[in-house]
Every structure is written in structure tokens, then in C-alpha cells.
Design a protein around this ligand. Structure first.
Ligand SMILES: Nc1ncnc2c1ncn2[C@@H]1O[C@H](COP(=O)(O)OP(=O)(O)OP(=O)(O)O)[C@@H](O)[C@H]1O
Ligand code: SF4
Ligand SMILES: [Mg+2]
Length: 378
């Protein structure tokens, strides 16, 4: 028996390194992409952990490693008290049933030749659930109802639905086996903004009704804030900050989180007008060849001559539940250290300046802004 207070999911020192191979005849490994490079996190039952970071920082790989869709290079994934790596055959299949995934692109993950009834019955049949033909038909109707689709949707095919409706089908399929954990990888990124909130609301409603635990992966900080209890920020394969959602948004402590946060538009036009963007120098470095010391040092406006380049900071607790991996977090928080402008950082690194959105987007009109004004809080 597992204690109810034990987190449903614990990830400890997780690493996923993909070999880089070269050579037509002699298949040599010439290096590794360190997609996930030492992540620790825990998710309590019935709560939502939001994982954010720029494209390529390793979010999806982490999600896939939890489900053992990719084999971790090192570390442990403990689900409901059991080390997932210790399982094989039927116990692994059973464990996988309890962890389901919702994908970004429901059209790509739903077989276009199957109608909705068949798409939703398939997992039930595969696991011998539902109790015969009539039982399965009832269950399919219940699932459609749970995700806000009419029973008539059963006879239709994925391409006949809108993006939001398709994502509802993807969610219905994911909850069909009554999982405990849902890993939603960019569940609303492909949807129109107007539909995003509806799908997020649906996820919240289902969580409440079914007692689900979520790992929600997104590059959109606004989406994650709304739904998460705890948010983790990833940079180049590692967590740089983790905190209860409100604490993270009220007082981001890591320079990278501050930069991401400064790129989130604020609804109030006056605040939006005065808001200072923190610009970062250069692109995301390659995870095959990450910078030494603090991985963020090549772009960090607060980088110091000592420690940053050659000493890797550890994730440490600055306030209850608020973890940050930066040598100078206290000095930055207290305003003792001032940030350099992106142009200065760029000059020392010999690179160009980029405005950083959560998606790493480039916005030329932001190039002229400095970093010396305070970040407006929301
Ligand atoms: N199967 C694979 N083989 C080799 N490299 C991989 C593989 N899967 C992912 N990678 C690399 O690992 C890194 C992390 O990729 P991942 O897809 O986890 O990032 P992500 O944070 O989900 O990005 P995005 O926001 O674009 O989805 C990237 O550099 C990617 O190219
Ligand atoms: S350790 Fe140094 S380079 Fe890294 S985030 Fe902190 S100040 Fe920036
Ligand atoms: Mg991804």
C-alpha cells in the first residue's frame, strides 16, 4: 500500500541522452544530445504540475520518459510507489494504462480511418474493459458526454471535427481507461485562442470530477499559470526554477524565468505600455554541447565574473517550495546586482540580440528596449 501523502509521481535525477551517430558504414557515436539532463520533480495526487520552457529544452522527452516511451539514460521514475523501470510485460502494460497522454496535434494522433466510436472503444477492448458490446457502447456515450460532445459524434470521423472538438476526442480517449495521471503535451497550442480556454476548462473540470493528476507541458506561460498548482521552468534539459504557480508568477527568481515572464503580454494596456521586456542575447545553445557552469550564462543579463561560467548551480530552496538554480538569486531578488543590457551580453558573447518569448520568438520592435526598468507584476 502506498501512503496517500506520497506523491503520485516522483522523477529523480532523470537523464535522457540521445546518441548522435555518424558514418555510413561504421556507425559511430560522436556525441550525445542531452535532452533531459538531471531532473527531479514530484507531483502530488489530484494536482497539476505545469512544465514550461523554450522549444527544444526537453519537455516532451521528459514526458515520454515518464511513460517509458523512451528509455531513460539514468535516474528513476517512481509512479505510485513503484519504480517504472522495474516493470515489464503485463505489470508495465497495467502501469501504462494508469498513465495516459494527450497530444498537441489530435489529428495526427487519431487514426483518420476510424470513426469516433471505434477510436474510443479500441482502448477498452484492448484492455478487456467495458463489459461486452453493449457495455462498451454505453461507456463511449459516457465519455463523449464527459468531454461535451453529442452522442451523434460516434459515427463521425476525425477530419469532420474542428480542432477543439478533435482535442476533446483525444481527451476522451485518454480518460477512457480511467487513468490516474494525464500527461498533456502542449494540449492547446494548436488551437485558436478562443477555443484554448474551453479545453483548459474541460481539463480542470475532469480533474475535479475524476481526481486526475496532471503533468501539463506548454510553452505558453499563460496557459500553465491558469491550470497549475506548481510550475517548473526548464532550460536546456534541467529545471532552473520550480514554485507554486502564484509564487512563480508574482516573483520569478531565476533570470531565465524573469525573461520568459517579461514576454507575457499584460491585458491592461497602460501596464503593457510601460512593461519592460528582458531581452536575451543569442539563441538557445545546442543540448549536444551545453555551456559549462551555469547553462544560462551565455545569455544571462546578470552573469557574474565568478562562478557563473564554471560552477553549475544546484536547485535550492529560497522560500517554501520555491526552488531556484542560480548562484546569485538572493542578490538579484534584492536588487543588489543589476542586469546588463542584452547588447552588452551579446557583445561579450559575440552574438546578436533576440527578444525572448516563451517560444523563443523574435520581435524586432523590442530590440531597442533595455532591461533597467522594473518588471511590472501582474
Ligand atoms: N528521438 C530523438 N533522437 C535524437 N534527438 C532527439 C530525439 N527526440 C528529441 N531529441 C532532441 O532532444 C531535444 C529536446 O527535444 P524535446 O522534443 O524534448 O523538446 P521540447 O521542449 O518538447 O520542444 P518543443 O517545445 O519544440 O516541443 C531537442 O534538441 C531534440 O532535437
Ligand atoms: S548562475 Fe549566473 S549565469 Fe546562471 S542564472 Fe544565475 S546569474 Fe545568471
Ligand atoms: Mg515538445
Amino acid at each position: 500500500m502506498t501512503a496517500a501523502s506520497e506523491p503520485l509521481l516522483r522523477v529523480e535525477g532523470l537523464q535522457v541522452h540521445f546518441p548522435i551517430r555518424r558514418g555510413l558504414f561504421f556507425d559511430r557515436t560522436v556525441g550525445h544530445v542531452r535532452a533531459v539532463d538531471g531532473v527531479d520533480l514530484a507531483i502530488d495526487r489530484g494536482t497539476t504540475y505545469g512544465l514550461v520552457g523554450e522549444s527544444g529544452c526537453g519537455k516532451s522527452t521528459l514526458g515520454r520518459a515518464v511513460l517509458r516511451l523512451v528509455e531513460p539514460t539514468a535516474g528513476r521514475v517512481v509512479f505510485d510507489g513503484t519504480d517504472v523501470a522495474s516493470l515489464g510485460g503485463e505489470p508495465l502494460r497495467h502501469m501504462r494504462r494508469r498513465m495516459q497522454m494527450v497530444f498537441q496535434d489530435p489529428l495526427g494522433s487519431l487514426d483518420p480511418r476510424q470513426d469516433v466510436e471505434s477510436l474510443l472503444s479500441e482502448p477498452l477492448q484492448a484492455h478487456g474493459l467495458g463489459g461486452g458490446k453493449a457495455g462498451i457502447a454505453t461507456r463511449v456515450r459516457e465519455l463523449l458526454d464527459a468531454v461535451g460532445l453529442p452522442a451523434a459524434a460516434m459515427r463521425r470521423y476525425p477530419h469532420e471535427f474542428s480542432g477543439g472538438q478533435r482535442q476533446r476526442i483525444g481527451i476522451a480517449r485518454a480518460i477512457s481507461l480511467e487513468p490516474d495521471l494525464l500527461i498533456a503535451d502542449e494540449p492547446v497550442s494548436a488551437l485558436d485562442v478562443s477555443v484554448q480556454a474551453q479545453v483548459v476548462n474541460l481539463l480542470e473540470e475532469l480533474q475535479e470530477r475524476l481526481g486526475l493528476t496532471y503533468l501539463v507541458i506548454a510553452h505558453d506561460l499563460a496557459v500553465v499559470r491558469h491550470i497549475s498548482d506548481v510550475v517548473g521552468v526548464m532550460y536546456l534539459g534541467s529545471l532552473v526554477e520550480q514554485a507554486p504557480a502564484d509564487a512563480l508568477y508574482d516573483e520569478p527568481l531565476h533570470p531565465y524565468t524573469r525573461a520568459l515572464m517579461s514576454a507575457v503580454p499584460v491585458p491592461d494596456p497602460v501596464v503593457e505600455e510601460r512593461r519592460a521586456r528582458i531581452l536575451l542575447a543569442g539563441d538557445l545553445p545546442s543540448p549536444a554541447n551545453p555551456p559549462s557552469g551555469c547553462r544560462f550564462h551565455t545569455r544571462c543579463p546578470w552573469r557574474q565574473e565568478t562562478r557563473c561560467d564554471d560552477e553549475a548551480p544546484v536547485l535550492r530552496e529560497l522560500a517554501p517550495g520555491h526552488l531556484v538554480s542560480c548562484h546569485w538569486a538572493e542578490e538579484i531578488r534584492d536588487g543588489v546586482l543589476r542586469p546588463k543590457s542584452a547588447e552588452e551580453v551579446a557583445a561579450t558573447q559575440g552574438v546578436s540580440v533576440r527578444a525572448t518569448g516563451a517560444d523563443g520568438g523574435f520581435e524586432p520592435d523590442a530590440l531597442l528596449q533595455g532591461v533597467d526598468e522594473p518588471i511590472e507584476r501582474r
